[in-house]
Each structure stands twice: as C-alpha cells, then as structure tokens.
Design a protein around this ligand. Structure first.
Ligand code: NAD
Length: 242
C-alpha cells in the first residue's frame, strides 16, 4: 500500500512523533468503541449511553450508572494489541514524544508507554467523593452495585463523564505536544467528541496522518489517510522498525 509506505518513511525520518487516539485503538483488544456498528451506541438499553454516562445521571441514579459502567465499559481481560505495543516501542526508541488518548482503559501503559496523556481519565483510578481515598479497579469491581469507601462515601471513577470538564493541565500538555510535533498520527477516533477532537487544530506541521477503518470528518484536512485496522497497520510498521 502506497499510503502505508509513506507513513513508514515519515516515521523512519522523524524523532518527534505524537500519537492522538481514541476508542478504535482498543477494538482489536476486544473493547467495543462507541460509534461503530457493533459499538456501544448501537446496542439497546433503557437509556441512551450518552445519558447514562453523564454527570447528572451518575448523581441521580448511581445504581444504574454502575450497572452499565461495570458490565459495558470494564474489560479486565483486554490486553494491548499491536498498535499499543508499536507505539510503546517508538517511544522507547526516542522517536515518539507522547501518546494522547481519549481512552480510559490503561492499555497504552500496559504496553509500556510512559508519556500517556489520558484526556478522559482512567478506570484504574477511583476516588471516594467524601474523603478522597484512592481505590484501584479491583476495589470497585469487588463490591456489588455502587462501590463505597471505608468512610461510607461513594467511590467515583476518575473518568470524565459527559457534562464534566477535562483536566486543564492535561489539555495544556496535549496542546504543547501537538503544537510542537513533526508527525502527528491520529488513529481510531471518530473526531466527534469535543473538546478533545479540537486538538487537531493545534498542529502546524505538514505530516498529519489519519489512520481509521472508516472515513472521518477530518480526512480532507489530512496530509495522509491510511485506511484499515490500526492494529494490523501498526503490526506492519513494527516489522520495518525491527
Ligand atoms: P468513537 O467510538 O466515536 O470512534 C471510534 C473510531 O474508531 C471510529 O471512527 C471507527 O471507525 C474507528 N475504529 C474502530 N475500530 C478501529 C480499528 N480497529 N482500526 C481503525 N479504526 C477503528 O470513539 P472516540 O472517537 O474515541 O470517542 C468516543 C469516546 O469513547 C471517547 O471519549 C472515549 O473516552 C470513549 N471510549 C473509550 C473506550 C476505551 O477506553 N477503550 C471505549 C469506548 C469509548
């Protein structure tokens, strides 16, 4: 594929690559995204997922929130795929500066990536809303229904729900990395969830690459569009890097 060869060449030449990804990066690890045909938004529930995973719904109905969250958004058996692994290797080789992700699954860190900016938080961090005590995912999953702290307070995942703001420091770092990147690879995101999707506008270079299995609203603005499954594409990139 001509496009893949171009991407390989840009990766080979650069030591200032930044990756910005979304749910599509983890579908090949068995975690459904939101907007694909087999994604969460196309399955049937009593409420639309956007409603359940909103701040107001969480406050109003934590039982239903946690029922959905634990059964549909936590995939403890998921392991990093070739895309996560290749990105970690590129960082290790001094070529990639940061992974900026909208994912909450922790798979980039599991693959060995160190500079990971989690725009939407992580299921692996959880806090008591009363006393602030920290809990890992095990503690949340071990309890039936709404998880409670030793103090009696409700434990909330450190995940950005709809209606909640993004962490300002994380956003600023993401803007910095993207603003200074030589090659920006954007993969597995529909680029429809703001403000994260707006980050693309901070890139000033001429090597903006979109990797997706379907078209995105930004395809026309990219310097290179590589169509296909991101795990398979990065597996082929990793072959060349070896
Ligand atoms: P999205 O569901 O809106 O879009 C996913 C995109 O990835 C689509 O464009 C789809 O075509 C593409 N895609 C799916 N599988 C792919 C593959 N194997 N290779 C290449 N492309 C693939 O996801 P989004 O843009 O990240 O935004 C939705 C929100 O979903 C984010 O805020 C994120 O927090 C949340 N989310 C996270 C996870 C996770 O942590 N793994 C899972 C579901 C949703």
């Amino acid at each position: 594929m001509k496009e893949l060869d171009q991407l390989k060449a840009w990766i080979a030449e650069s030591s200032n690559i930044v990756f910005f990804g979304g749910a599509g990066v983890s579908t090949e690890s068995g975690i459904p995204d939101f907007r694909s045909v087999d994604g969460l938004y196309n399955q049937q529930y009593d409420y639309p997922p956007e409603t359940i995973i909103s701040h107001s719904f969480y406050k109003r109905n934590p039982e239903e929130f946690y029922r959905f969250y634990k059964s549909r958004m936590i995939f403890r058996e998921a392991r990093p795929n070739a895309a996560h692994r290749a990105l970690a290797r590129l960082e290790e080789a001094g070529k990639l500066k940061a992974v900026i992700t909208q994912n909450i699954d922790g798979l980039h860190q599991a693959a060995g990536s160190r500079e990971v900016l989690e725009l939407h938080g992580s299921v692996h961090r959880n806090y008591c809303t009363r006393c602030g005590e920290f809990y890992g995912l095990d503690a949340v999953m071990a309890q039936e229904g709404v998880p409670r702290c030793r103090c009696g307070g409700i434990i909330k995942p450190d995940v950005v729900l709809y209606e909640e703001g993004l962490d300002q420091k994380t956003m600023e770092k993401a803007v910095y990395y993207i603003g200074h990147a030589d090659v920006l690879i954007i993969g597995g995101t529909s680029l429809t969830v703001y403000p994260a999707a707006g980050l693309i506008h901070y890139y000033h270079g001429n090597k903006l690459v979109l990797v997706n299995k379907s078209v995105t609203p930004m395809d026309s603005q990219a310097d290179l569009v590589v169509s296909g499954k991101i795990g398979e594409i990065f597996a082929r990139i990793a072959e060349t890097e070896e």
